[in-house]
Design a protein around this ligand. Structure first.
Ligand code: 26A
Length: 346
């Protein structure tokens, strides 16, 4: 791979740094906590005991998580060159933040956390049933991220000098002003701003801030359920994923000279890409069921793989193929974990 275009801190990501507490459970455990397979939700009162129960009764694993941080770690794995990516998010001052920070730095991410000791570092329960995963995030300190962090001189510089920006829809639950600020910097410099829909509840209950940022979004990622829910919420009048992707591209856009790209992953079915009024489909590697460890972070890995090529100016086809490659790797591991050298060849 030709890496001569890579620069330090060229990709800036913002999101919720979370430590995943992952365990295999049975469906009755999901029911007990009012959760569904393949969902992602925010914890409330009824999930208070979920985390201790997972650790004490289910022998849970602790794995570095947080959607954007996962994507950046995967991108770094593919890029090899350290600190191409920078990450902003808020953590507590505790041992979990140290685990998260060490892991992300070991993978080459330039981690610049805001630290707030009023809350512990956020966690995410990952409940595995068969090949499905259900996520329940207790954001804690992650929820305390403020725009002040971006305004700090050294961080402002990182925002101003990045060439690409990636945020999750999840981060709309925390700091829409920070997202808008970064989106506006991206626009002012005509640099690509990429976003992920992240979860159905974002599309449903954070519709207003989502649609406020949409005109700034150059590349939108989502999976099939998020896309379908988006279409319902926006009264698109179709459930066809290709039509939905095309309609997303046509939503109002600030910088019209760069047509929006919309990428919808669809489980084992081909990835759908809409761009400039056209659809392309990319088959995925269909793994045998017994090869899939869990689907936790597969979507993040897809985004990370895509980003690793996109920031090098690769053709979209290569970007998508790398996304598929990375997702296939992560499906065969527990959570967002990997080791050794990434073996993707364009
Ligand atoms: C605001 N919410 C709900 C979240 C998340 C989240 N990351 C940020 N914000 N809920 C789950 N995750 C992360 O998603 C990854 C899998 O895609 C989990 O930490 C997990 O690593």
């Amino acid at each position: 791979m030709d890496k001569e275009n890579l620069k330090k801190n060229m990709l800036l990501g913002m999101g919720n740094p979370l430590l995943d507490i992952s365990a295999v459970v049975d469906k009755s455990f999901l029911t007990k906590y009012g959760m569904k397979e393949n969902d992602a939700i925010l914890a409330d009162e009824k999930h208070k005991n979920l985390y201790t129960e997972l650790v004490e009764k289910y022998n849970a694993d602790f794995i570095a998580g947080g959607s954007v941080q996962n994507a950046l770690r995967v991108a770094q794995w593919l890029l090899e060159f350290p600190k191409v990516t920078t990450f902003f998010g808020c953590v507590g001052d505790d041992k979990y933040s140290k685990i998260l920070c060490d892991k992300a730095r070991e993978n080459g991410v330039n981690v610049q956390y805001q630290v707030n000791s009023k809350e512990p570092t956020g966690t995410c329960a990952v409940l595995i049933t068969g090949t499905h995963r259900s996520l329940c995030a207790n954001l804690a300190a992650a929820n305390l991220f403020t725009i002040d962090h971006i305004a700090k001189e050294e961080n402002k510089k990182l925002v101003d000098t990045a060439h690409f920006y990636y945020v999750s829809g999840f981060f709309l639950t925390v700091s829409p002003p920070s997202i808008m600020e970064v989106a506006k910097v991206a626009l002012a410099h005509k640099r690509p701003f990429l976003m992920n829909l992240s979860a159905q509840f974002i599309v449903q209950f954070f519709k207003d801030p989502l649609m406020q940022v949409m005109p700034y979004v150059d590349v939108l990622f989502g999976n099939e359920t998020e896309a379908e829910t988006f279409a319902t919420e926006q009264s698109f009048g179709t459930t066809d994923l290709k039509e939905i992707a095309l309609k997303i591209c046509e939503l109002p856009k600030q910088y019209e000279d760069r047509p929006r790209l919309c990428i919808i992953t669809n489980g084992h079915k081909p990835v759908i890409m809409a761009h400039e009024g056209k659809i392309r489909e990319f088959p995925v590697t269909v793994l045998e069921k017994d090869k899939i460890v869990d689907t936790n972070s597969a979507g993040d890995a897809f985004a990370g793989g895509f980003l690793s090529q996109y920031i090098q100016g690769q053709d979209l086809e290569i970007c998508i193929k790398c996304g598929i490659w990375a997702a296939t790797e992560i499906l065969q591991r527990s959570g967002c974990t990997f080791s050794g050298k990434a073996s993707f060849t364009p």
